[in-house]
Design a protein around this ligand. Sequence first.
Ligand SMILES: Cc1cc2nc3c(=O)[nH]c(=O)nc-3n(C[C@H](O)[C@H](O)[C@H](O)COP(=O)(O)OP(=O)(O)OC[C@H]3O[C@@H](n4cnc5c(N)ncnc54)[C@H](O)[C@@H]3O)c2cc1C
Length: 457
Amino acid sequence: MDRRSLLRLLLVIGFGLDAKSRATASAREGNERMSQQVIVIGAGLAGLAAARELQNHGFQVVVLEGRNRIGGRLWTSNKWPDIPVDLGASWIHGLVGNPLTELAKRAKAEIIETSYESNRLYDVDGQEIAEAKEQRLDRLRIQLESAIESAQDADQDVSLRRVIDRVAVRFGDNVETRQLVNFLASSTLEQEYAGSVERMSAQWFDSAEEFDGEDGLFPGGYHQITKFLADGLKIETNQVVQQIDWNQDQVRVTTNKGEFTADRMVLTLPLGVLKAEQVEFSPPLPNAYRSAIQKLEMGVLNKCYLRFPRVFWPQDVDWLECITVKHGEWVEWVSFARTIKAPVLLGFNAADRGREIEAWTDQQIVSSAMATLRHLFGPDIPAPIDYQVTRWASDPLALGSYSFNPVGADPKLRRQLAKPIADKLYLAGEATDHEYFGTAHGAYLSGLRAAAQIIDN
Ligand SMILES: Cc1cc2nc3c(=O)[nH]c(=O)nc-3n(C[C@H](O)[C@H](O)[C@H](O)COP(=O)(O)OP(=O)(O)OC[C@H]3O[C@@H](n4cnc5c(N)ncnc54)[C@H](O)[C@@H]3O)c2cc1C
């Protein structure tokens, strides 16, 4: 662990102080801060983490949230009361040392581990992949990894697509190679980072750090974490922020319902919302921030949950993957048969394909998913009894799923976003975290960072 990560961990441990020590610290600092008001915009993980930390340190905090619910891109649906499903983030990525693992313990939220090793891979013909072909795929994977490493040492950045194409040509550019590289591009790059390989920077797409260990999901839903953090906070929902005036001594926020003022503000608007300039800043944000916002990009990952009367797929694995004729078409599925004993499959569509299907009707999405499942498991599989689909790119309060680094972006941009503006505005949210962007823990840590900047000021 490097020094910076250690410092951040200490910050997190600080957050984890028992109630008594926190109360003592709060009482001491609180006297000085009772009069200081902070507005936190957004009740996602970043906003809730910041608000809670600031409140624990004696600040008067109000959270303004545009939706009628808290959680933002953590969103547990209770449409199926017996099977809560997460429409936003599902996993804690890397359970070891991850601050969310500790938080889950304190929230008494059960976690079940899943493993990418626990998978079954199907070929374009719908059959389990033959051993010889799987070995070819493994060789291709190794060549792609090594080509990406070389691209990361090159002077000039290129898109991942350029690197992939070079590897394909060397491997013998034919239909089979194309299908295999597209499978790797979709399953290991686009589904994870949400950007299209046409856009993602070969040098920086994976510049984020990772925690060790398996991934874990919440059988009871990720909302247990946001509910735990939100406890005791003053949160105003249905307050869509339209304008932020930070020219005066106090910051002034205008929402669809009224006006709020405070000494300082933590702003956790998703990158998509910032890029679309839906919120008017007066004066405008400084150039360096605007430029960073425009250079970073928002990716797309969409989910389609299908609930069946019974499990008809292999019950002993977490992941079903398939090599497809069309790039990115229902390449990855998660089965909930092993983890929570539920006859539920979750199919993903990422990047360009994820964006494309948002224009489809629910019925078109479900029919397309079922066509893939029939291809894999035969024409007699039962129809789903229900479904839940997401459209994160069209969601006006998200405008995408999570941020990625396109060609031309590097970690300096996120570092820039994390710098306080005039000791008044503090940006937080996953996109502002250069170490763990695109993740729930990145959002959480960014909120703690913004709070620490205010507390230390
Ligand atoms: C489909 C999907 C799958 C994912 N899977 C994972 C995963 O498995 N593991 C993982 O670690 N991460 C995952 N992520 C990423 C993770 O969910 C996000 O990084 C994280 O939740 C972002 O938190 P945040 O607080 O930065 O932003 P948000 O949660 O988006 O919070 C920002 C808040 O601001 C509000 N807001 C926006 N505009 C306005 C406005 N004008 N006025 C007032 N309020 C406004 C929003 O409603 C929102 O509540 C996934 C994301 C998606 C979409």
